[in-house]
Write a protein that binds this ligand. Sequence first.
Ligand code: MG
Length: 410
Amino acid sequence: MVDHAKLRDPNAEYTMRDLSAETMGLTNRRGGVRDAEITDVQTTMVDGNYPWILVRVYTDAGVTGTGEAYWGGGDTAIIERMKPFLVGENPLDIDRLYEHLVQKMSGEGSISGKTISAISGIEIALHDVAGKLLEVPAYQLVGGKYRDEVRVYCDCHAGDESEPASNAAEAERVVSELGYDAIKFDLDVPSGHEKDRANRHLRGPEIDHKVEIVKQVCETVGDRADVAFDCHWSFTGGSARRLADALEEYDVWWLEDPVPPENHDVQEEITKSTTTPIAVGENVYRKHGNRRLIEQQAVDIIAPDLPRVGGMRETRKVADLADMYYIPVAMHNVSSPIGTMASAQVAAAIPNSLAVEYHSYQLGWWEDLIEEDNLIQAGRIEIPEKPGLGLTLDLDAVSEHTVAGETLFD
Ligand code: MG
């Protein structure tokens, strides 16, 4: 196995912009609790409804921070690769360390993708460290409170997702029994009328089937809940327009990702062609990836995924840019409690938060990963006043659910 930490710095032979404390001539000795240095970075992968990547940053100040990178393969090796750029640094310089890693990891592709999600996991852990060192909650580090509790919407899955009545029954259960007043269903489910799903074109009967799902869900819970629908980048521009037009009378919360994310012009045209609110954003990285979507008002709602887009400060920056265009933020989230709480802490600190997603209501042990109980109650996360993220990992539970072959933190 490759020891990524021992690979030489590929940029060493160049006089590339270097933001390390050593090169910048910065002191880590700042007085009191702020005299801290990073000593180690470790990861483990949890076998949840996604393979969650937990990241720990260790310091010489008796404080350890926990973060989460967006799920999937590759991040662990990338984080190992970044460790030499972090050890010896002061963990309080969150913004500079983020930029330092983006610069140093240019060879690994650090303007988007897995490298940015790996950096996001570290960035979240640094907020946990900083909050613990300074004895303030993480929301305080990203600007302070707009709200004590953050609204959570539940991503729902019916027993038979192609059956409109099954979706409506699950909507009723989630709203009346689990207490959510905001939910989302998938709308890219098979209708039985497809001739060819590869060509992205929606035939009339397929659109009618989707409208029937929306109609039945909205008629069942629409008086008590906001209801969004996700299309996972499935359709042609023309099909997306016809679908969005057909949904206008149902007052959906939003229609998410009706077309693939790569072609900005098509995205913009659809958003501007319909009064159905269009939400997009989980596939783009950093504030730069969100810039055109926001500046050209190609979205009605921006949906960054915090452990993927660049972390807590980057999400704050995206939210601030969106707020200049009066665009609200609905954070995409499929994380463990760690990434979810990082999202909630930022959602508490921005004016334009609509809600944070919760994607694990059918898992059964999501909350076992932390020592705290009742993280989500009646569709809300109350922001804790404890330092950092305000959560403590239950290492026994993490160990129980670790992906085979993964080692637990020291
Ligand atoms: Mg989505």
